[in-house]
Design a protein around this ligand. Sequence first.
Ligand code: DC
Length: 211
Amino acid sequence: MQIAIDGPAGSGKTSVARALAQHFQCLLVNTGAMYRAVALGLMRRLKLSDIQIEIRPDERVLLNGDDVTEQLYTPEIDELASQVAARPEVREFLIAQQRALARDRAVVMEGRDIGSVVLPHADVKLYLDASPEERARRRCHERPNQPYEEILAQMRARDARDGVGFGRLQIAPDTIVIRTDGRTLDDVIAEAVRAVEAALQRRSTSGKLNG
Ligand code: DC
């Protein structure tokens, strides 16, 4: 079974993906963390072909064997990962690894291009969305030392860049769009679980599941 979750930064997709992976007993793959790890590797002057990324079941991220989880979620890596993700050779490098992770195993994979490019035949495709203001407010809770206005400006700049090219943030026709403005996480998770259950029900009566 393949569940694809896409959406812009701060849309809640990581929390929803985590809950779905637990509920449906799937491997969780956070592709944003992979782009962040590549950004850190390139910052450390590693060659792209020498970069090895491992995401552990407990979500710790290893870069060439070194646990870098805490270093991936800083304003500097937010910026750098967004730039690095616009390079075709980086996308090619990571998309091949993401497809390999989803081969022959049940996954919940989250990112920007999962339903459109990485797993176009996913059993369920979800797209989580929220206004930039709402997403900036959420990010503010995670980063209390950064002013709201600054976070909002960075969010808008990142939206503009993250949505350009490579099928990123393109909503495939068979996608279920969930708007999350003003809703609790539990409420959104419950809707996502229902959407996956309904899609799986339809698939099991009409055809075969992936993985
Ligand atoms: O989801 P995130 O904020 O951790 O992602 C980090 C960066 O990587 C973000 O700028 C968008 C980019 N990204 C991408 O281009 N494609 C993906 N599948 C996942 C993330």
